[in-house]
Design a protein around this ligand. Structure first.
Ligand code: C5P
Length: 404
């Protein structure tokens, strides 16, 4: 793998030498390009020694140097030969140039000529970072799906404290590898994900709900977007920022969730029901708040519509993935739901334990597959688990199609 590492003019440029080494240790071939400001902080020779390659220091060959066509269009050829563009430190100036498409030096010109994944490691004074201009540029760069690593908070070279320190070289190197490994294997798919809990009203101010935070469903939506899918996220009430690029449909009750799912079913090719839908709703919701008395109060509950089971009947050739949150008998329950709800995969997870299920950032799941197999995934972040679920979903579709 080849990385073009652009060094911006900031004090953190000295840490980029460590980054280059960390990338080389991971088997990445590195070509370094430095802005002229960066050369005020670190000598090109440092990077030449670390990479064994000439460092690109300017858009044009030195005055009086032998002008050749290849050196005149080096920004294009280097961009084409690189698998990833990493900019560290990404200064406020470079972020502004990239956001607005300015191309007045090698790095900003190569940025425009480059079509692959871009990783930016910002570093600057905290006020510069927090300035609305920089934050607006950041939004633009994020919307282009660039991977932004950091900045970290801490003491800055200018003597103040706050966000602005460049992330550690190892952290950036790891992000570079994951950016390159991202496949676009869901291009052309429309993934409909349901996430979060539902709230079933008891009266105008109270509701029945559960402890789902929506983290697993949101991680799935994010992973599917990153792999090129169109994503429709039907979300119950949660406190998460919706992933950029998803069509988000906010719902409250199971009945609303069912309607939103059916409204978008036509477009979807993969259905993932990660929501923790309430199984019961109050049969008759009073118009006014229920008054407190000392007498026992009973609620009469009716079952909610089972959306997953309905999708099992209507799915056609769509891939249908359900979830089973259980406190015991996980494998049997997951396999039973797979059959009874006509799913292609049921993701089973034990709830009520540390490090898995509701509220946790990590999860430990089993995947019951329609091929008859059941896989146990090792404990991992919900983001990694989401990636594995999508991997297995694509494999499963191939297996099911070739079995037909
Ligand atoms: O049967 P159980 O509720 O345990 O199944 C869980 C799966 O069913 C989840 O995928 C959940 O999103 C879905 N479900 C549903 N509609 C309901 C209840 C659960 O779609 N009313």
């Amino acid at each position: 793998m080849r990385a073009l590492v652009g060094v911006g003019g900031g004090i953190a440029a000295y840490k980029t030498a460590e980054l280059v080494r960390a990338l080389a240790e991971r088997g990445v071939e590195v070509q370094v390009a430095m802005t002229s400001a960066a050369q005020q902080f670190v000598q090109p020779l440092t990077f030449a020694a670390l990479t064994g390659r000439r460092v690109i220091t300017s858009l044009f060959p030195a005055a009086g140097g032998a002008e050749t066509l290849s050196s005149a269009v080096e920004h294009v050829s280097v961009a084409q030969e690189s698998d990833v563009l990493v900019v560290a430190p990404a200064t406020a100036d470079l972020m502004a140039k990239f956001a607005h498409g300015l191309a007045d030096d090698f790095l900003s010109t190569a940025y425009l000529a480059f079509t692959g994944p871009v990783v930016l490691a910002p570093s600057m004074n905290n006020n510069m970072w927090l300035h609305p201009a920089t934050q607006a540029n950041l939004e633009v760069l994020r919307s282009r799906r660039h991977l932004i690593v950091g900045p970290d908070e801490g003491l800055l070279a200018c003597g103040t404290a706050g966000p602005g320190r460049m992330s550690q070289p190892d952290v950036i190197a790891q992000a570079v590898l994951s950016a390159v490994n991202l496949r676009r294997d869901l291009e052309g798919e429309t993934v409909l994900v349901t996430a979060g809990p539902t709230q079933e009203p008891v009266d105008p101010v109270r509701f029945l709900s559960n402890r789902s935070t929506g983290k697993m469903g949101y991680a799935l939506a994010e992973a599917a977007l990153a792999r090129g899918a169109d994503v429709i996220l039907v979300s119950g009430p949660v406190h998460l920022t919706p992933p950029r690029g998803a069509l988000v449909v906010g719902v409250r009750t199971a009945a609303e969730m069912r309607q939103a799912v059916l409204d978008h079913l036509e477009r979807a090719t993969i259905l993932i029901k990660a929501a923790a839908v309430a199984d019961y709703h109050v049969a008759k919701v009073p118009e006014h708040k229920v008054k407190k008395t000392s007498a026992r109060l009973s609620l009469e509950l009716d079952p909610t519509p089972d959306i997953l089971a309905e999708l099992g009947r209507k799915k056609g050739d769509r891939l249908l993935i359900g979830f089973a949150a259980e406190t015991e008998g996980l494998q049997q329950e997951a396999r039973r739901k797979l059959k009874s709800k006509n799913c292609d995969m049921v993701v089973g997870n034990l709830v009520g334990r540390e490090g898995a299920g509701f509220e946790s950032d990590t999860n430990e799941v089993i995947l019951a597959l329609a091929t008859g197999e059941t896989l146990a995934l090792p404990p991992a972040s919900k983001r990694d688990v989401a990636g594995r679920i999508l991997d297995e979903a694509l494999k499963l579709r191939l297996a099911l199609h070739s079995a037909q």
